[in-house]
Design a protein around this ligand. Structure first.
Ligand code: ADP
Ligand code: MG
Length: 242
């Protein structure tokens, strides 16, 4: 079964068409890297998958559930998809451990002991066993982003959505985040990643999608498309990000 299925999805902000009859199917285990110029609709596409943005036309199924359904289904969809943003968005007044344990306690009704045990496990997995009791302000950007990944994983999502997860980081901190994402992909997690990291796209991505003006214009195997861009616009775009 497809985990994500866009069927002729339209999304507008007032008169501005941001997604224009988008069709896209994502299967379990795919690592989709989404690229495109600023304003082409990448973040909006991710936010629609997470039922954070209502769609205006067509249908969008996540884990077989329609984002057009009622609020109870929308909440379920949000638990299917973990989201990681450019700006970490951690709770500043909570430690790393508390940040990661928060979702399971709120959303899944886990006990404090259960939630903390799972949070310790996840923070160890992202390489932060030594930093569990630190507050976000005491962590580097790369460490904060790894806490954010652990926090998204804590709700046990079926897919992970990353919106430029390394764009706010200094180059030397990007690799530690990309390595965690690579390990997650190797574990079989289904992922949609908006990024300018073309080496990640090549090494970890199973599929590369190029968006322009609310349309998917190129969709295929990363190495093939990066080595031989099928159109001039992708060619020009890659010259600027690589
Ligand atoms: P990208 O992530 O590819 O840069 P976005 O999905 O953020 O693109 O935005 C696509 C277009 O939609 C842009 O023109 C942006 O200005 C517009 N847009 C995004 N969010 C909103 C919003 N909440 N209200 C109005 N316009 C928006
Ligand atoms: Mg964006």
């Amino acid at each position: 079964m497809n985990i994500v299925e866009f069927r002729n999805v339209d999304k507008r902000f007032a008169a501005h068409v941001v997604l224009d009859r988008v069709n896209l199917q994502i299967c379990q285990g795919e690592v989709v890297v989404l690229i495109g110029p600023s304003g082409s609709g990448k973040s909006t596409l991710l936010r629609c998958i997470n039922a954070l943005e209502p769609i205006d036309g067509g249908d969008l199924l996540v884990g077989g559930l329609s984002v057009r359904a009622g609020n109870a289904i929308k909440r379920e969809i949000r638990q299917e998809a973990g989201m990681v943003f450019q700006q970490f968005n951690l709770f500043p007044q909570m430690t790393a451990l508390e940040n990661v344990a928060f979702g399971p306690r709120q959303v899944r009704g886990a006990s404090k002991a259960q939630a903390h045990a799972q949070a310790r496990e996840l923070l160890t997995k992202v390489g932060l066993a030594q930093h569990m009791n630190h507050y976000p302000s005491q962590l580097s950007g790369g460490q904060q982003q790894r806490v954010a990944i652990a926090r998204a994983l804590a709700i046990k999502p079926r897919l992970m959505l990353f919106d430029e997860p390394t764009s706010a980081l200094d180059p030397e901190l990007r690799q530690e985040v990309l390595r965690v994402m690579q390990a997650l992909a190797e574990d079989g997690m289904t992922m949609v990643v908006v990024t300018h990291e073309m080496q990640f796209a090549r090494q970890v991505g199973t599929r590369l999608i190029f968006m322009e003006n609310g349309h998917i214009t190129v969709d295929g195997p990363p190495a093939e498309l990066l080595d031989n861009p099928p159109n001039q616009r992708l060619h020009d775009f890659l010259r600027h990000v690589q």
